[in-house]
Design a protein around this ligand. Structure first.
Ligand SMILES: CC(C)(COP(=O)(O)OP(=O)(O)OC[C@H]1O[C@@H](n2cnc3c(N)ncnc32)[C@H](O)[C@@H]1OP(=O)(O)O)[C@@H](O)C(=O)NCCC(=O)NCCS
Length: 163
C-alpha cells in the first residue's frame, strides 16, 4: 500500500469512515454530527502536524488514515502523538500496522523523543493489541472515562513508547 499526505480528493472516501467510527461509539470521543469541514480541520491540523492516507496501489481506494504531530505545544512538543482510522472494509489486512509503523518512523525522523496516545479505549482490543505489538506500554488508565456504546463506562489507557 502507499502512504502519503492526505489530498483534497481523499476526503470523499475518508469522511464516511470517520463518521462511521465516531458513531460506532467504541474508540473516539469526538462528538457525533460534526460537519465535514469541522472534521477536516480537526484531522488535518497543518504543520507541524501531518495527516496521511493509506491507499490501495491498484485502484487508489483510501483504506485508512492517520494524523500525527506534537502531543503538546511548547515544553511538551518533544513528545509526539497520533490517531488512526481504518475503513471497516479494509481491517485485518495490515493497514493499521502499516500506518502505525509509518508514523513512528516519521516521528523519529522529525526528532521527537517519544510517542504518546492519550486515550485508547481499554475495550478496543484491536487497537490495544496493535499498539502493544508496536512497542507501546500502558502507563496508566483513567477509570470510566469513556462511555462505550456497547460496554458502558470503561477506562482510557495512556500508552507511551520512547523513540
Ligand atoms: C485499530 C485499527 C486502526 C486497526 O487497524 P487494522 O488495519 O484492522 O489492523 P491490522 O490489520 O494492521 O492488524 C494489526 C494487529 O492489530 C491487532 N488486531 C487487529 N484487529 C484485531 C482484532 N479484531 N482483535 C484483536 N487484535 C486485532 C492484531 O495484533 C494484528 O496483528 P496481526 O497482523 O499479527 O494479526 C482499526 O481496527 C480501526 O480503525 N478501528 C477503529 C478506530 C480505532 O480504534 N482507532 C484507534 C484508536 S486508538
Amino acid at each position: 500500500m502507499i502512504i502519503r499526505p492526505i489530498e483534497d480528493a481523499d476526503w470523499a472516501s475518508f469522511l464516511p469512515t470517520f463518521h462511521g467510527i465516531v458513531d460506532d461509539g467504541e474508540s473516539y470521543a469526538y462528538p457525533s454530527g460534526l460537519s465535514d469541514d469541522e472534521v477536516r480541520r480537526l484531522w488535518d491540523e497543518g504543520a507541524p502536524s501531518l495527516a496521511v492516507v493509506a491507499v490501495d496501489p491498484v485502484d487508489g481506494a483510501v483504506l485508512g488514515s492517520a494524523k500525527t504531530g506534537p502531543n503538546r505545544p511548547g515544553r511538551g512538543a518533544h513528545v509526539s502523538t497520533a490517531s488512526f482510522m481504518v475503513s471497516p472494509d479494509a481491517r485485518g489486512r495490515g493497514v493499521g500496522r502499516a500506518l502505525g509503523e509509518w508514523v513512528l518512523a516519521w516521528a523519529r525522523e522529525q526528532g521527537y523523543d517519544a510517542m504518546q496516545f492519550n486515550a485508547v479505549v481499554e475495550t478496543n482490543t484491536a487497537a490495544v493489541t496493535l499498539w502493544q505489538d508496536l512497542g507501546f506500554r500502558v502507563v496508566g488508565t483513567v477509570p470510566e472515562a469513556f462511555d462505550s456504546r456497547r460496554h458502558g463506562r470503561v477506562g482510557l489507557h495512556v500508552m507511551h513508547r520512547p523513540l
